[in-house]
Ligand binder design. Structure first.
Ligand code: SF4
Ligand code: SF4
Length: 441
């Protein structure tokens, strides 16, 4: 397929990163890429959409991967998959023979293996510079569901209207399901059987990088899991702490053991982020050397420092993010720096997922969440106009319009943006600056 044609199909079809920040997929396509990597690492503990999706749809996903590689002219393709995903690996092996450019790269069960920068290093040995883009190292990374959506948009002209999610935690039947973009979290949780605790919290997006969301929050193209937890779960309690208290605790009990820095996955790849040094400077209000603050731009937010490494239960990630946001708000830009050499002890400082889950109090939730590949019926959806990095889509329907399933309801804005589509057929009941609501007829 022609490069521009593929770009347009993905832009109009509303394909964005299915998980993470929702970067528009068309904007990642680049003729300078020599390597495409399929991310089947699932990254966060307990999440299961990617391994289950590729087990069922390996034919379309690998065909999409081949199409992308051929279109941009990339000569090598890695499928990064955790070595314990045996069914997914079997499905990949059943298809990979059609594509000589593809290789499977088996990944360890460590966190955060799905971080693009980590995955690129694991597959190719190349280090993306701090704050840099994968394409600077000749790489483009798409995850499994994104690639499935690319195939559907490019080959079948089907836009993105549903999202695969894992629902797990305090439910009787953990499940992985496709659900309509714009449905409520509550309706998705109802698909996983009965609740096993009173008044649960919905932790959306995974235990390490997710956040507490209201039950009537809406599924977007980036939502990949709902972890149902009791109110008093340690992850919930940690999330609810106040940043001002975190800073006071850091000032009083950070012992400068440097465990957070030693285990920081980005630091180990030679990036200058140094949480221990940051904690010392921030808690002492020491602004003589600004580097510990400026280097907060190079934190990925993975949470290893505060959810795993710190023996004092401190919150380097939360404080780093607060400072980073403050600097951004003040118009400060990330400094241009190069990576140092990869840490010699990196291999021994990786975080095993099983140990991570045990430390987070999640081991009892580590259960199969089988895929039910039937799209679940909904009666009403609220489709957000911005579910991606870039400008919100522009509504092209009005209240009272009848829309068909998959009809475009908002067009891409100028610049970085994608289209939005009706995730069910019905009547448009609201059009606002932020969403379009559709009621099924
Ligand atoms: S969250 Fe912590 S461990 Fe992760 S990159 Fe940032 S500083 Fe490093
Ligand atoms: S691991 Fe905790 S106690 Fe040790 S330096 Fe980092 S923040 Fe301080």
């Amino acid at each position: 397929m022609e490069f521009e044609k593929l770009q347009e199909k993905l832009r109009v079809g509303g394909v964005v990163g299915a998980g993470g920040a929702g970067f528009p997929s068309y904007a990642k396509l680049n003729k300078n890429a020599d390597t495409i990597i399929l991310n089947c690492a699932e990254c966060e503990p307990l999440l299961q959409p990617h391994r289950r999706l590729i087990t069922v749809h390996a034919d379309q996903i690998l065909a999409g991967l081949h199409l992308v590689a051929e279109t941009v002219g990339a000569k090598q393709v890695y499928i990064g998959v955790k070595k314990t995903y045996s069914k997914a690996i079997a499905a990949i092996q059943g298809e990979i023979g059609k594509y000589p450019e593809m290789k499977i790269h088996y990944l360890q069960e460590v966190y955060p293996m799905g971080d693009e920068v980590v995955l690129i290093y694991e597959c190719t040995g190349r280090v993306v510079r701090p704050g840099g883009l994968p394409i600077e190292q000749g790489c483009i990374v798409y995850n499994v569901e994104t690639m499935y959506n690319i195939y559907r948009a490019a080959v079948e002209d089907k836009p993105v209207t549903f999202k695969y999610l894992t629902v797990i935690g305090e439910v009787t039947n953990p499940i992985t399901v496709p659900v309509s973009v714009g449905c409520t979290f509550e309706s998705v949780v109802a698909l996983a059987g009965d609740l096993t605790c009173k008044d649960p919290i919905y932790f959306v997006g995974g235990p390490m990088m997710g956040s507490i969301q209201p039950h009537d929050g809406r599924v977007t193209k980036e939502t990949n899991a709902i972890l149902v937890l009791p109110q008093d779960h340690p992850i919930v309690m940690k999330k609810r702490r106040q940043t001002s208290i975190d800073l006071k605790r850091a000032a009083s009990i950070c012992c400068q053991c440097e465990s957070c820095t030693d285990m920081c996955p980005r630091h180990e790849l030679g990036h200058p982020i140094d949480p221990a040094r940051f904690m010392r400077s921030a808690s002492n209000e020491d602004f003589q050397n600004l580097n510990p603050f400026l280097n907060t731009f190079f934190c990925s937010g993975c949470g290893v420092c505060e959810m795993y490494a710190c023996p004092q239960d401190l919150a380097p990630r939360t404080l780093i993010q607060a400072y980073k946001n403050g600097l951004r708000g003040a118009g400060v830009k990330a400094p241009r720096v190069e990576a140092a050499s990869v840490g010699e002890a990196r291999e021994f400082r990786k975080v095993p997922e099983a140990r991570l889950m045990a430390r987070l109090g999640l081991s009892r939730y580590d259960l199969p969440a089988p895929l039910d590949d039937e799209l679940q019926p909904e009666t009403s959806v609220r489709v957000l106009l911005k579910q991606h990095i870039g400008a919100p889509a522009i509504p092209i329907v009005k209240v009272g319009d009848h829309v068909e399933y998959r009809q475009m309801i908002a067009k891409p804005a100028d610049g970085l943006s994608v289209g939005m589509h009706a995730s069910l057929p019905g009547i448009v009941t609201d059009v606002t600056d932020t969403f379009i609501r559709i009621q099924k007829q």
